[in-house]
Every structure is written in structure tokens, then in C-alpha cells.
Design a protein around this ligand. Structure first.
Ligand code: NAD
Length: 510
């Protein structure tokens, strides 16, 4: 492990570390007097206190980004690309260090944390292709002697506000394309697990990224509002819960910014009677309980069609006692704790609520949670969930999987399409014709066919429909490049005195 990584990973069990902002290429201690606690969810112990930014501190980060912008956007594509290859190598070499930080502050098991870094790395790799991605168009001889061409240019200072559940990958969805496109960046990470961002900042500096191109301000609503209202921030990317996504979109656009705000989810997995039930049950357990259900693409509702239901519930029930819940640093653990005590308690309260509403508790996670002071909850399976129940309607964001039973494919699709969220959805079947009809019918942004978590690869874009996305463009991939650039069209004629004359008419092309 290098010095950089050690700084963030040693002494985690001992004293309470201080996590500062990162402005203009260096750590900057906060002066607001406000901070928030960071916990190790596997032990329940506080490991750090993170400084919360004031509006003045957000402004300092924006000014650093503004100073860096002209130089950064003027750097040639070949040099920028070379630098991105170095960033890619450093992030790759420090994947394990980043993953350890994720496990220590988020709680997810180490193998899952490594998967998170790997998926983020794919976005960085995609951005190494920036010369190709930023190519414009050219039309020779659009009119006699006139050529027309289009280019895409960066917006300026842009910001990202990210959730707790992917503390390394989701920031990478934003800063990598934003910076590759020539913007400078201010990140407001989740205050619950901010250290991975700080290590990322160190790595970017070590790679040679000029100071001020990437900045971090930590904090809560005060910092977010300062970002949304700042006149010199051109665009904001947000990923988080739906109420905050809506707020960020409305506030940011009201202040003249381009905004993409990705919200929450209630992802359904439909299992048709012809599906391979063992395969569907394996998928449901992986996608429902992986990362303790704290994934925006987690499957939270199974829609069992016809006679698939009994077999599916039995198959899942049989698998659940084998799910090993424990400290994510222990290689034997398959599911870690939830991120905070409050969140664990809120998720647990839904189990009781489900019972009161008339759902059947097949497996109760409250009975199997390790009891060591960590924020653990075991896996829960609720059967006979009905659409009018809160356990159906709310995004629980924990290891609670519900099953609702319907008789037909049409009823299943109606449920999905009637849901206010439209992030991910999956269909399990052996019938290609039905699967094709499903992709045509379903109202969601990301669709899996016998794939429970259809997160698009880095060269496609990620985003939901309905209340899962506010804004026009999805994140990363080609739409990410579009989001972080704006178009310019140049119409050009090189002087030919022989054809020059005064003409007050509207320009014609023939
Ligand atoms: P959150 O909405 O509570 O927080 C997200 C960010 O907003 C954080 O940086 C937080 O500091 C800030 N924030 C929180 N409350 C705020 C307020 N009142 N005003 C201004 N800013 C505020 O989300 P979370 O709990 O960190 O993350 C989980 C949520 O994120 C889930 O709903 C999940 O579905 C969603 N999510 C969505 C996607 C997606 O791609 N659609 C991906 C990951 C997570």
C-alpha cells in the first residue's frame, strides 16, 4: 500500500479521524464549525468526523475550479487522454484500497466493494476514448464555397452530488466524463462515507491532474443549496432519493443550470411460469440482498405469475438460511450491515408494517441479525404483498424482498407500468417472443431479460424513467458526454473577393 492509501486506511479502529475538504489540489480544513459523524457500520463505532462546508467554502471550491477551467479546457486532447490513462492505472492499482474504504464506511462486503470500483473504472476507461467521443461533424460545400461544422465544448464549472450507496462508483460516473470533456468539477459526496472521494482526489493529483480541476466539499443541505444556487456552476449531476432529486432538479434549473437528477427506485422482477425457477431464485437472492439491498438497481419486488409463485417462494426460502451476514471485511461474509443505525431501524420497521398490513413473513431478518453493536439486519422475505401496502409502495432500501402474486403477464406489466418509479426491471422467462414483447411494453429505463440487475455497460448510458430521473439525459456513456458539453455550429467561408457582394436577404443555401 502506498503512502496515499495508508493515510486513509490506517488507524480506522482507533481515534476519530478528521475528514477535510479538498480544494485547489490540497486538503482544506473546514471552518464552519459544523461536521458530521462517519461510522464503521460493522461495529457501530464512529471512525471519523467530516467537515461540513459553509456557502463560503463552497464558493472557494468553485473559484478554484473557475481558475483552473481555461487552462484545462485548452489542454490538447492527446495530453488529456494521456493523463486519463494515468488516472486509470492509478485507480486500478488502488482498487483494493478504495474497496477497503467502502467496506469500512458503507459496510458492503469487500468483494462487492471491489465490484463497485471495477464498474466505476469502466467509466474512466470509456473516457480514455475522449478524442473519439468529442468528435464533431463536418459538411463540406453546404453552400457554394461554404463549409459547416459542429463542435462540442465544455460547460465550465460543473458539480456532482452523490448518495451513500456507491461512494466511489457514482462519483466516477460524474467526474470522469465531466473532466474528460474539459470541465472542472466540484463534488459533494455523501456525508455518510466520504473517504473514498478523498482517496480519489489524492490519486487524481498523483496522476498529474492540475490543481483546481477536481475539488471536494463535504456537507449537508447547506452545501447542496450553495451548489444549486451558485451562479458560476453551469451544471449539476445528482444521484440520490426521489424527493431530493426532485428538489435538486427544480432548484438547480430555477437557478439556470443544466441538471440531471437520478432518483430512487422500486425494481420489479417478473417471473413467468415457464422460467427456470432455480435460476430465478438465485437471481432474486443475489439482486435482492446483495449490498444489503442498498442498491438503486436492487430487486425489491418479485412479481410471480401463475403457478411460478409457490415454487419460487419455496426456492428462495430454502436459500436464505445460507446467506452469511457479517462484517464486510471478513471474506466469509456475503452481506454486510446497513449504513447507519437509523436506516437499519427504519428498514426493520417495514417488516412489522408488512405483517400489520397483511403480508406473510416467510423469513424474518430481525431474528438472524448479528448482535454486536453493528447496524446489521438479516434477510427478510415477505409473501402476499399487495400493491396498496406501504411495503409495496415505498422504497425500503434494505434486505427486504417482497413477493406479489398475479395470474397473467398483462397484470404483471400493468403493475410495473403503474409504479411511480421506472429505474430497472427484469423478466425471467424461456420465451423469447414474450421477452421481446416485454421490452416493447415496459415503462422503465433499464430492462433485464433473465438478468436481474441490468446496469448498462459504460458505453451505454444509465438512467430510469418516471420518478427515477428528473432531466433529459441519462448519466455516463454517450448521454453523459452530451450532458457535459454544449454544441456549437460554425458556418465558414474563406474570402473570395470575386463572389462577395451586399445581400440583405435571409441566407439561403442553394
Ligand atoms: P439522499 O437523497 O438522502 O442523499 C443524496 C445526496 O443528497 C447526499 O449527498 C446528501 O447529502 C444530499 N441530501 C440529503 N438530504 C438533502 C436535503 N434535504 N437537501 C439537499 N441535499 C440533501 O440519498 P442517499 O440516502 O444517500 O442514497 C440512497 C438513495 O439514492 C436511494 O433512494 C437510491 O435509490 C438512490 N440512488 C439512485 C441511483 C440511481 O441511479 N437512480 C443510484 C444510487 C442511489
Amino acid at each position: 500500500m502506498t503512502e496515499v492509501a495508508e493515510q486513509f486506511t490506517e488507524n480506522r479502529a482507533g481515534e476519530i479521524a478528521r475528514i477535510t475538504h479538498w480544494i485547489d489540489g490540497k486538503p482544506v480544513e473546514g471552518t464552519s464549525g459544523r461536521s458530521g459523524p462517519v461510522f464503521n457500520p460493522a461495529t457501530g463505532a464512529q471512525s471519523a468526523a467530516v467537515d461540513f462546508a459553509s456557502p463560503e467554502e463552497v464558493d472557494a471550491a468553485v473559484q478554484a475550479a473557475k481558475r483552473a477551467f481555461e487552462g484545462w479546457r485548452a489542454m490538447s486532447l492527446s495530453r488529456r487522454t494521456e493523463l486519463f490513462f494515468r488516472i486509470r492505472e492509478l485507480v486500478h492499482d488502488h482498487s483494493d484500497d478504495l474497496a477497503r474504504l467502502l467496506t469500512l464506511e458503507h459496510g458492503k462486503v469487500l468483494s462487492d466493494a471491489k465490484g463497485e470500483v471495477a464498474r466505476g473504472l469502466e467509466v474512466i476507461e470509456f473516457c480514455c476514448g475522449m478524442p473519439e467521443l468529442l468528435k464533431g461533424g463536418y459538411s463540406e460545400q453546404a453552400s457554394t464555397g461554404i463549409d459547416v461544422y459542429s463542435i462540442r465544448q465544455p460547460l465550465g464549472v460543473v458539480a456532482g452530488i452523490t448518495p451513500f450507496n456507491f461512494p466511489a462508483m457514482v462519483p466516477m460516473w460524474m467526474w470522469a466524463p465531466a473532466i474528460a470533456c474539459g470541465n472542472t468539477f466540484v463534488l459533494k459526496p455523501s456525508e455518510k462515507d466520504p473517504s473514498a472521494s478523498m482517496l480519489t482526489a489524492e490519486l487524481l493529483k498523483e496522476a498529474g491532474l492540475p490543481d483546481g480541476v477536481f475539488n471536494i466539499v463535504h456537507g449537508d443541505k447547506v452545501a447542496v443549496d450553495s451548489v444549486l444556487e451558485h451562479p458560476e456552476i453551469a451544471a449539476v449531476s445528482f444521484v440520490g432519493s426521489t424527493p431530493i432529486a426532485r428538489y435538486v432538479y427544480e432548484t438547480g434549473t430555477r437557478h439556470g443550470k443544466r441538471v440531471q437528477a437520478l432518483g430512487g427506485a422500486k425494481n420489479h422482477m417478473i417471473v413467468l411460469p415457464d422460467a427456470d425457477i432455480d435460476m430465478a431464485a438465485d437471481a432474486a437472492v443475489s439482486a435482492g440482498y446483495g449490498s444489503a439491498g442498498e442498491r438503486c438497481m436492487a430487486v425489491s419486488m418479485l412479481v410471480a405469475v401463475g403457478h411460478a409463485a409457490d415454487d419460487l417462494v419455496d426456492a428462495i426460502k430454502e436459500r436464505l438460511p445460507k446467506v452469511k451476514v457479517g462484517d464486510g471485511m471478513n471474506p466469509d461474509s456475503e452481506m454486510g450491515p446497513l449504513v447507519t443505525r437509523e436506516h437499519r431501524d427504519k428498514v426493520a420497521s417495514y417488516i412489522e408494517k408488512g405483517r400489520e398490513e397483511g403480508a406473510t413473513i416467510v423469513t424474518d431478518g430481525r431474528e438472524s441479525a448479528p448482535d454486536n453493536g453493528g447496524f446489521f439486519l438479516g434477510v427478510t422475505l415477505l409473501d402476499d404483498v399487495k400493491p396498496e401496502m406501504d411495503v409495496y409502495k415505498d422504497e425500503i432500501f434494505g434486505p427486504v424482498l417482497g413477493v406479489t402474486r398475479v395470474e397473467t403477464y398483462d397484470e404483471a406489466v400493468e403493475l410495473v407500468n403503474g409504479n411511480p418509479y421506472g429505474n430497472g426491471v427484469a423478466l425471467f422467462t424461456r420465451d423469447g417472443g414474450v421477452a421481446r414483447q416485454f421490452q416493447f411494453d415496459v415503462k422503465a429505463g433499464m430492462v433485464g431479460v433473465n438478468v436481474p440487475i441490468p446496469v448498462p455497460v459504460a458505453y451505454y448510458s444509465f438512467g430510469g424513467w418516471k420518478s427515477s430521473l428528473f432531466g433529459d439525459l441519462h448519466i455516463y456513456g454517450p448521454e453523459g458526454i452530451q450532458f457535459y458539453t454544449r454544441g456549437k455550429v460554425i458556418t465558414s467561408r474563406w474570402p473570395d473577393p470575386a463572389t462577395s457582394k451586399v445581400d440583405l436577404g435571409f441566407p439561403q443555401t442553394r
